[in-house]
Design a protein around this ligand. Structure first.
Ligand code: FMN
Length: 343
């Protein structure tokens, strides 16, 4: 659980880097892998719904999503929702908050959360105020330029800045544009100007299509006044993207093995926590009646991050996709290593 009494944003270097929150990707296991490869200056958790936390049934799951490992600090708890009181409730339990007002997910937007907040600015401001008033927390927001039109940023961004945020991350696209058009880098000078006019103390973080730290340095030399650079999908191409290192095939395989180890540890930990509870509920059990841990299938999505860009990678990936658990994954990897070393 995140408990950090200091404002982390004040202690960061110039042109700091941030790993973007990515649902289903940047969980506590993957963040530890990235920390080992070469960490960003700031992490975000996957997002947690404030109303889940406020309800008895959803609280356990919300707490699991907010779990952090040692070595991850500074890390920002990314939260979303549309109920100002629930924002206050979750804020009271945390010490660093990142409010999500940019997520384009249809289910999230239908409830009025994520990027849909851009269309209800009064409610967005109320949520920020409740979160701040609950505990005097440093509150940051991650958002997009607008919902349907790029020009919306001219009103939306100053509105947010006037709330005295510690940091504002702008993904340089609208909700409508999703990730289908190039990020609007040409608007960076205007965003810097708006920040300087409305809230010079707020850290401005730019996000969208930044592949690695090298690219963030190039952007920094082109656009003055930005404080930090957030990288999302760049980690899929290179998990070492926060460093200047180009990993070898062996290093990528080592990283996959580390991911498997950390996955197993987290799985055991979750199971132990559920066993420690006095009464099991049906939610604690999987369809075979075993105690639920981390689901295995989503782990397969990570394979392509480590297994790409070398001869035989697609064949190896296909074989890994057939594995039913981490023991089988390790067996396939060991066999493949034996064969390639013998050749
Ligand atoms: C798989 C995936 C999941 C994402 N989940 C979230 C999320 O939970 N919250 C959020 O604010 N943005 C989310 N995003 C958007 C990213 O944080 C980021 O804004 C976007 O990918 C643009 O940055 P990039 O071009 O560096 O990837 C997600 C993106 C991807 C690809």
């Amino acid at each position: 659980m995140i408990r950090n009494m200091n404002n982390v944003w004040d202690k960061l270097p110039a042109n700091f880097t941030v790993l973007a929150p990515m649902e289903g990707v940047t969980d506590v296991v993957f963040r530890q892998v990235i920390a080992r490869a070469g960490r960003p200056d700031v992490f975000f958790t996957e997002f947690t719904n404030v109303s889940s936390f406020a309800s008895e049934e959803g609280r356990e799951n919300a707490l699991e999503r907010l779990e952090v490992a040692t070595g991850e600090s500074p890390i920002i708890a990314q939260i979303w929702g549309k109920n100002p009181e629930h924002f206050a409730k979750l804020a009271s339990a945390l010490q660093e908050l990142g409010l999500n007002m940019g997520c384009p997910d249809r289910h999230v937007n239908r409830t009025g959360g994520g990027a849909a907040m851009i269309q209800t600015p009064d409610l967005a401001i109320e949520c920020i105020r409740q979160a701040k008033q609950a505990t005097q927390l440093p509150v940051s927001v991650k958002t997009r330029l607008g919902y349907t039109r790029v020009e919306e940023f001219q009103e939306w961004i100053p509105l947010l800045l006037r709330e005295g945020l510690v940091a504002l991350t702008v993904h340089l696209r609208t909700r409508k544009e999703m990730s289908k058009v190039p990020a609007h880098y040409e608007l960076i000078p205007k965003l810097v100007e708006l920040r300087d006019q409305n809230a010079p103390q707020t850290k401005l973080i730019i996000n969208g299509d930044i592949k690695d730290v090298k690219m963030s340095r190039a952007l920094a030399s082109q656009y003055a006044g930005v404080d930090g650079w957030m990288i999302g999908r760049g980690v899929f191409e290179n998990p070492y993207c926060f460093t200047d290192h180009q990993p070898t095939k062996a290093e990528l395989l080592d990283l996959l093995n580390l991911h498997l180890d950390l996955f197993n540890q987290q799985d055991q930990k979750l199971k132990a926590q559920r066993v420690a509870k006095t009464n099991f509920s049906w939610k604690d059990l999987d369809k075979h009646g075993n105690i639920r841990g981390l689901p295995y299938e989503p782990l397969k999505h990570y394979f392509k991050i480590y297994i790409h860009g070398f001869e035989g990678a697609s064949e190896l990936r296909a074989r890994l996709m057939e594995a039913k658990n981490t023991t089988e994954v390790r067996r396939v990897l060991a066999q493949w290593q034996q064969i390639t070393e013998a050749c």
